[in-house]
Design a protein around this ligand. Structure first.
Ligand SMILES: Cc1cc2nc3c(=O)[nH]c(=O)nc-3n(C[C@H](O)[C@H](O)[C@H](O)COP(=O)(O)OP(=O)(O)OC[C@H]3O[C@@H](n4cnc5c(N)ncnc54)[C@H](O)[C@@H]3O)c2cc1C
Length: 430
């Protein structure tokens, strides 16, 4: 393994190195650290979390393993200060919330089904509001938009929600003032994280919305109520407006995804077992026989007893799709093996017809032009070692591909891979 820059590369040692800090990478790091490992996370960016509404979608967890993974996710989230669970505030620590799933009101005004949702969007079942006979002044939903945030048109959301749920709705749009700039969610969340600015917003909202808000069962706001102070802000707004207040799940770019990333990263760092190396793209691996000894970003060599590959598949840049593949994999039938041309015959020299895993050169499989279905082929999905790859490398998240990759896949496989990687350390020391 060589260094790209001048001189000898820096070498750092961990028990487990996690490549990627998306949902799967963070869960894997947390699981490995919880098992006592010293963990290094090496990642280029935060991955698909910027697109994530914050809702965990997927099929209900089937076996005990999946339920244990979901429980771990919920419990670690509580420690991070971002609770996940069922509508109406049920924490679901026993995994029951995820077994049953739930409905939340989406930012399109439609109720959508998911397995788990962050605490900020819990609002109860709107359809029950309608059937419980809530009328005029003792029920309904007030949708509040911000002039500067055009992605959340309060009138459209309120109209759709009324049509879909039968609940009485109304809408108001208020301005956040010049400080909100062009209305980028991250900038607005920064204002909500500023106690002095928020104090002014509370005062204005009491004046503009207070009397009206009390007549509604809940007020729905865009999901920008702070990257860090969202919980206390929500509480203050509830008290101030005299009714329930919740956020609508995000459209990209997603503040809830960013919240998740920051809070999990801080918790992991604060626990003292995990170190983050961010803005680093791993470019090569040092393997001997069936073991990986180290990976490198060209400047630093990261040695470990085991590695988690959580680089996100085609969407996360963990699999590279060459331009010729985009244009030539046009018939959506069957899976391709490396070296096989789209028509089924051998690939021409220099022609790569399938997504390539660039760090270890692992075998990939998937459904032709259905790019999200592509992933690294693994021997055993509950201990996801790559087929023919190093035995101490474990694959997690969308890097596994599959028919419908979702957040639940990242949670369950991140948890499995993190634990399996931590076990390797113990195997090595026996
Ligand atoms: C288009 C899109 C649609 C989505 N739809 C849904 C949905 O319907 N339901 C749902 O629940 N969730 C959805 N999500 C969010 C989704 O839950 C997460 O994005 C998903 O779980 C993937 O997580 P991951 O950790 O496997 O990969 P990613 O989040 O992609 O993370 C990959 C990580 O690997 C890093 N990386 C990649 N290559 C390297 C390298 N060589 N060296 C170092 N780091 C590297 C990236 O920087 C990143 O940190 C969607 C996301 C996207 C992008």
């Amino acid at each position: 393994m060589r260094a790209v820059g001048r001189g000898a590369p820096r070498v750092v040692d961990y028990d487990v190195v996690v490549i990627g800090s998306g949902l799967a990478g963070l869960v894997a790091a947390a699981a490995a650290a919880a098992a006592g490992a010293r963990v290094g996370v090496v990642a280029e960016s935060f991955g698909g979390l910027a697109m994530w509404s914050g809702l965990v979608s997927g099929k209900a967890p089937a076996g005990d393993e999946e339920l244990d993974a979901v429980r771990f996710f919920i419990e670690f989230g509580v420690r991070c200060g971002l609770e996940y669970g069922g509508c109406g505030g049920s924490r679901g620590a026993e995994g029951e919330a995820a077994r049953e799933g739930m409905e939340v009101l989406s930012s399109s005004g439609r109720p959508v089904r998911c397995l788990l949702a962050p605490e900020t969007v819990w609002a109860g079942d709107l359809r029950n509001w309608a059937s419980s006979g809530m009328q005029a002044d003792d029920g309904g939903l007030l949708v509040v938009g911000f002039t500067e945030l055009e992605d959340y048109p309060a009138a459209v959301i309120a109209g759709q929600a009324a049509a879909e749920t039968g609940v009485r709705t109304a809408h108001r749009t208020v301005s956040l003032g010049r400080a909100a700039g062009r209305g980028l969610g991250v900038r607005i969340a920064g204002l909500f994280d500023d106690p002095a600015w928020f104090e002014g917003f509370l005062e204005a909202s009491r004046r503009l919305l207070g009397r009206e808000a009390r007549r509604f069962r809940a007020v729905a706001l865009p999901p920008v109520l702070g990257l860090f102070r969202f919980r206390s802000n929500l509480e203050a707004l509830r008290e101030n407006l005299g009714t329930a207040v919740f956020e609508l799940p995000a459209v990209p770019p997603s503040l809830p995804g960013m919240r998740f990333w920051h809070l999990w990263r801080w918790r992991l760092e604060a626990d003292g077992r995990t170190t983050f190396h961010l803005g680093r793209r791993v470019v090569e691996a040092d393997t001997h026989g069936d073991r990986c000894l180290a990976v490198s970003d060209g400047l630093t060599v990261y040695r470990a007893a085991a590695f988690v590959l959580a680089t996100g598949g085609v969407a996360g840049r963990g699999l590279e799709v060459p331009p010729e593949a985009f244009f030539r994999l046009s018939k959506p039938t069957g899976a391709l093996r490396p070296g096989q041309a789209p028509g089924g015959g051998p690939a021409r020299p220099g022609e790569r017809s399938v997504p390539v895993e660039p760090i270890f050169g692992l075998e990939t499989c998937g459904r032709r032009t259905d790019w999200l279905s592509w992933g690294v082929r693994v021997q055993d999905s509950s201990r996801p070692c790559p087929t023919g790859g190093p035995a101490n490398v474990f694959v997690a998240g969308w890097q596994l591909g599959g028919p419908e990759p979702d957040a639940l896949l990242s949670i369950t496989t991140g948890w499995q891979a993190g634990r399996a990687a931590a076990d390797c350390r113990e195997e090595g020391t026996q």
